[in-house]
Design a protein. Structure first.
Length: 117
């Protein structure tokens, strides 16, 4: 199960890509709801935060998600490449990269899970 948090983005291509790869998705556009969902969901394989439409996105949500579930991978989809990925984000994929790279990143994270701290 993957939780996808998106910023008003038309994510049809993202959903299609992940569903075609066999992933089961739960989505929300509300950050508070995302935190609540992560709190109550028993099995979450990764959280994908889609901030591609927000050129001035903050890292508050990924930081709060990491505090809530230390061992769940967080993948950030961003408008532009980040000069440095924050320690609480496991991977970042920008608009300049092919979206199908996300499937490869998720597979890698599944093979090498983050240890609970």
């Amino acid at each position: 199960m993957f939780l996808v948090v998106r910023e008003k983005t038309d994510s049809n291509s993202l959903f299609r890509l992940l569903q075609d790869a066999g992933y089961e998705l739960t989505t929300t556009t509300d950050q508070s709801q995302a935190l609540a969902m992560l709190f109550v969901m028993k099995s979450v394989d990764a959280v994908i935060v889609d901030q591609r439409e927000d050129e001035h996105a903050s890292f508050d949500l990924p930081r709060h998600l990491r505090a809530l579930r230390r061992n769940v991978p967080i993948v950030l989809l961003s408008h532009e490449p980040l000069p440095q990925i924050p320690e609480y984000v496991d991977a970042c994929i920008s608009d300049q990269e092919p979206l199908d790279r996300l499937v490869h990143v998720l597979d890698e994270l599944a093979d090498h899970p983050r240890a609970a701290a």
